[in-house]
Design a binder for this molecule. Structure first.
Ligand code: SF4
Ligand code: SF4
Ligand code: SF4
Length: 316
């Protein structure tokens, strides 16, 4: 585990007391184990609330759109990519930001820990090198850290921040030998009926709480299509057509913009693997344009531009 807590506090204290930023966006310890939460710190005497461990999976870029202050923000690889997308989409200006880059060894999935505990309540969770030590009433168990990674982190290719002003630690080796799309290829190989059943089953438990949308940095529209009532694009019920429409349209709005940060999946209270939608589109954008969202600061993303000789083979 990279321990950045003291470095984040030092940077926040310095930047706030020197008047270089108005606000620091970071993490604080959650009120229960493994549930760290975002915090906005505005005064140097409050920086000791800032905290870091391997349960900082919330994507802090979600708190940037349309802000007008000068902001220091803690950014893992994925957060930094979402910051780049915000810069490209005009949601924030580069000179407003001091990016505290956090080279990342992957965030841990609290659900995987709960599964290992089989109903026993975790009261304290500590990281001990490559182990996670979990203590509850009458037990302490240790699990290998690598077995508890969030699914997206296990296949992440950009753990180091792609953009930063200060680095909180040494860069980490990037993963190269990962198969990002094995699960997507398995769905692509299904026949239409099997695909239909697969997605029906995938979204069946959805309760339309919109936590996935709200956790996503790229879902920043002031009025989401599913909240619009004049005209109403999609009903608000759990009717199957409405449910499908929500998931399909949300995914299409993320095409070429999703960084696979996993914040949506992490937020879902019923454990739906919503990245199954966005990863398919990510794969298609890579295969068609060799483009990954949020990697290159300069230039426009491919779905942002139109060329008269664009391929149109999809129009029959
Ligand atoms: S997606 Fe990558 S950068 Fe983001 S938390 Fe996971 S390993 Fe770290
Ligand atoms: S759709 Fe999910 S994985 Fe993609 S950027 Fe949004 S929160 Fe991250
Ligand atoms: S967070 Fe989960 S339950 Fe809520 S709308 Fe998204 S997929 Fe459905």
């Amino acid at each position: 585990m990279m321990n950045y807590t003291e470095k984040i506090r030092e940077a926040a204290r310095r930047l706030l007391s020197e008047g270089k930023v108005d606000l620091v966006i970071g993490y604080r310890r959650g009120t229960v184990p493994m549930m760290n939460e975002p915090i906005h710190v505005r005064q140097a005497d409050q920086v000791d609330q800032l905290y870091w461990d391997s349960f900082c999976g919330v994507n802090l870029a979600n708190y940037l759109p349309k802000r007008t202050e000068r902001i220091a923000i803690v950014a893992k690889g994925c957060d930094s990519r979402n910051i780049v997308v915000h810069l490209q989409e005009g949601q924030i200006q580069r000179d407003q930001l001091t990016i505290l880059g956090a080279p990342c060894e992957g965030m841990l999935d609290r659900r995987k820990v709960w599964n290992r505990l089989a109903g026993r309540e975790p009261l304290e969770v500590r990281e001990e090198n490559d182990q996670l030590a979990v203590t509850g009433r009458g037990f302490t168990e240790r699990f290998p850290r690598l077995e508890l990674l969030q699914d997206n982190c296990a296949i992440c290719l950009h753990r180091n921040p792609v953009i930063h002003d200060e680095l909180l630690g040494e860069t980490v080796p990037e993963q190269t030998e990962v198969d990002r799309y094995g699960d997507i290829r398995a769905v692509e190989a299904m026949n239409p009926e099997e695909k239909w059943q697969y997605f029906e089953k995938l979204i069946e438990p959805c309760i339309r709480c919109y936590a996935c949308r709200n956790a996503c940095p790229q879902c920043y529209c002031p009025l989401c299509f599913c909240d619009e009532s004049k005209p109403q694009w999609v009903g608000k019920s759990l009717d199957k057509t409405d449910l499908r429409t929500f998931h399909f349209l949300r995914a299409f709005h993320l095409a070429g913009r999703c960084t696979d940060c996993g914040a949506c999946e992490r937020a879902c209270p019923v454990g739906i693997k919503v990245r199954q939608f966005t990863k398919k589109l990510e794969k298609d954008v890579w295969e068609r344009y060799q483009f990954e969202a949020g990697i290159i600061v300069e230039g426009r993303p491919p779905l942002d531009v139109f060329l008269p000789d664009d391929s149109q083979e999809f129009i029959k």
